[in-house]
Design a protein around this ligand. Structure first.
Ligand code: ADP
Length: 220
């Protein structure tokens, strides 16, 4: 199964990608998580990306394309993958087609998490993340069992610096301008599947199971 998840920030892509990745035993490749780990480790990429993420802008296509191509070429991604937060521009979508073309592979589906602005703002304003394992929580909607502690790896939870209201508003604008055109790109290729991002986690998992039944088998 080779799928991409896209939609506005706060749509729930990361949460659902993680669940599907555990269920199908295929890697969850999250562009934002990868960039944040470079920032934590202060690599050259991290140094270039830090200020860009803090402003809520996108890093240059060439940079993210190279990072993601490297992930997609790893043996772990041979049986399939869930791409989360990549591609995010038309240039990235074309680069992804090229990488898959070289591997003689193609995407099974592009899942669009259609989400209303109120829900996005509400979710991002209470989001907590685990920098250690990447798990997401929410103060009200998905509270961790122990306050401030990750259920999965027991690491301390933090708020993301780009979840400040002003930056969130900017990320939404960037999404509309750069990422929304992917809808048409994948619709034309017959790969677009729309799912209701406003649904809560278990409802949306049921919906995803239905939508993906029509796509290739998880092992494919
Ligand atoms: P969200 O989907 O909630 O915005 P992510 O963790 O996917 O969160 O992304 C956080 C930030 O990382 C983005 O605002 C952007 O700065 C950078 N980023 C992530 N993916 C990409 C990408 N494909 N292209 C360029 N920048 C990216």
């Amino acid at each position: 199964m080779r799928i991409i998840l896209f939609g506005p920030p706060g749509a729930g892509k990361g949460t659902h990608a993680r669940i599907l990745s555990e269920k199908w035993k295929i890697p969850h490749l999250a562009a934002g998580d990868l960039l944040r780990s470079h920032i934590r480790e202060a690599t050259d990429v991290g140094k270039r990306a830090k200020a860009i993420l803090e402003r809520g802008e996108l890093v240059p296509d060439a940079l993210i394309n190279e990072l993601m191509a490297e992930q997609l070429e790893k043996p772990a991604a041979k049986r399939g993958f869930i791409l989360d937060g990549y591609p995010r521009t038309l240039g990235q979508a074309e680069a992804l087609e090229e990488v898959l073309g070289r591997q003689k592979e193609r995407l099974d589906s592009a899942l669009y998490f259609k989400t209303s602005e109120e829900v996005v703002v509400e979710r991002l304003s209470g989001r907590l993340v685990c920098p250690q394992c990447g798990a997401n929580f929410h103060i009200r909607n998905i509270p961790p069992k122990k306050k401030g502690i990750c259920d999965r790896c027991q690491g301390p939870l933090v708020e993301r610096s780009d979840d400040r209201p002003q930056t969130v508003r900017h990320r939404l604008k960037v999404y509309e301008k750069e990422t929304a055109p992917l809808l048409e790109f994948y619709r034309k290729r017959g790969l677009l599947r729309e799912v209701p991002g406003d649904f809560d986690v278990s409802e949306l998992q049921e919906e995803l199971a239905k939508v993906l039944k029509g796509a290739a088998s998880p092992q494919g």
